[in-house]
Structures are given as structure tokens and as C-alpha cells.
Design a protein around this ligand. Structure first.
Ligand code: GLN
Length: 196
């Protein structure tokens, strides 16, 4: 199983290291055609507007096709890209996660922070999880078919829909490997792939 990390911009290297520590074969994806050779993809944090510019229309379309067919995990800017609806400002999304998400939702003073939230394990038991938020977006609305897999206070901060996963924080910057582990498990499951 080969996992790609989208390496156009942002903190892709920390994801690469974490996935390799967990035993995955990782390739850095810099060209759209590389998507044909991977089994799952991580879209890292960065600046979602810049990602859209760097992808261009053809790259966006190719990525959209990928995320509707194969497991994908987006963190922060990656979560924004995967959403169906993006606010502040409005921008297009890949539509793989039925959520509305607001960019830079925490305001200036607390725009970056480390907080303790709750991770819902596979058996739905809660356990504490360190979460690094950097100019984080907020998931404002959860649509049908979306499952919450982590919360911080009353906010959902990690979600899953079919083979798509997203976190508004940066699990690659904490020592805890459980979120990446959950994604690798998702890559290995045989849940039917969603089609839209
Ligand atoms: N603020 C960024 C955006 O709106 C996301 C920040 C991040 O990825 N750490 O795209």
C-alpha cells in the first residue's frame, strides 16, 4: 500500500515521517499523474487558497476524481479543500466531506494554540488527545453521512465520511500517532467506495 502526501505547499514532511514511522510506503505527490499510483492521500495544512492556485483547474479536477474514489485525509487547509462548502471567504471545495467549514475561525488572539480534546476510538470510547491548532478552520455544519471522530470543547474537530477523513488540527505535530493510524486503517478497510 502506497500513501501519497500532497507536497505542493505546507507541512507535508511531518506527515511523511509519521506515516513512515507507522510502516507505510510514502511518496510525495507533486504532479497530478502521481495520483494514479497511490492507494491513499494526505492533504496537509498550509493555505487552502494557495493550494487552489497551485493546483489550477486541471489539477483540481484530477484531485476531485481521486478523493471521490480513494481514501483521503485532510488536515487544516486539507480539511478545507475536502469540504462541500467553505466560508470566509467562500471558495470551491472538492466535495468529499458533507460539511460547511469556516476558514480562520478562531480570531487573532487564539489563532494558534495547543489544546486537549477527545478522540473517539473505533469502539466509540473517548480518550484525551493533544491538538495543535494553527489558524484553524471550524466545522460549522455536519451534513448527513458524516461521523465525528474527535471533539474539542463542543466543536467537532475531526470527521469521517466513507473513506474521507479530516481534522482541523495538526496531528502530525503531536507525538500521538493514533489519528494517522486511524487513516491507515481506513486505507486498508474494504468499506464500499462512495460515489456521487
Ligand atoms: N488558515 C489556513 C486556510 O485557511 C489553514 C491553516 C493551516 O492549514 N494551518 O487555508
Amino acid at each position: 500500500m502506497t500513501i501519497g502526501v500532497l507536497a505542493l505547499q505546507g507541512d507535508f514532511d511531518a506527515h511523511r515521517r509519521r506515516l513512515e514511522e507507522l510502516g507505510a510506503d510514502v511518496v510525495l505527490v507533486k504532479k497530478p499523474e502521481q495520483l494514479d499510483a497511490i492507494d491513499g492521500l494526505v492533504i496537509p495544512g498550509g493555505e487552502s487558497g494557495t493550494f487552489l492556485k497551485l493546483l489550477g483547474d486541471a489539477g483540481f479536477d484530477k484531485l476531485k476524481e481521486f478523493v471521490h474514489a480513494k481514501p483521503t485525509f485532510g488536515t487544516c487547509a486539507g480539511a478545507i479543500l475536502l469540504a462541500t462548502e467553505v466560508e470566509n471567504p467562500k471558495q470551491k471545495g472538492l466535495g468529499a466531506l458533507n460539511i460547511r467549514i469556516r476558514r480562520n475561525a478562531y480570531g487573532r488572539q487564539i489563532d494558534s494554540s495547543i489544546r486537549e480534546g477527545k478522540f473517539l476510538n473505533g469502539d466509540r470510547r473517548e480518550s484525551p488527545l493533544e491538538m495543535v491548532f494553527i489558524r484553524a478552520p471550524k466545522i460549522e455544519h455536519i451534513g448527513e453521512g458524516v461521523e465525528i471522530i474527535a471533539t474539542e470543547g463542543s466543536d467537532p474537530v475531526a470527521v469521517r465520511q466513507g473513506k474521507t477523513m479530516a481534522a482541523t488540527f495538526h496531528p502530525e505535530l503531536s507525538d500521538d500517532p493514533r489519528i494517522h493510524q486511524a487513516f491507515l486503517e481506513l486505507c486498508g478497510t474494504d468499506t464500499p467506495v462512495r460515489r456521487r
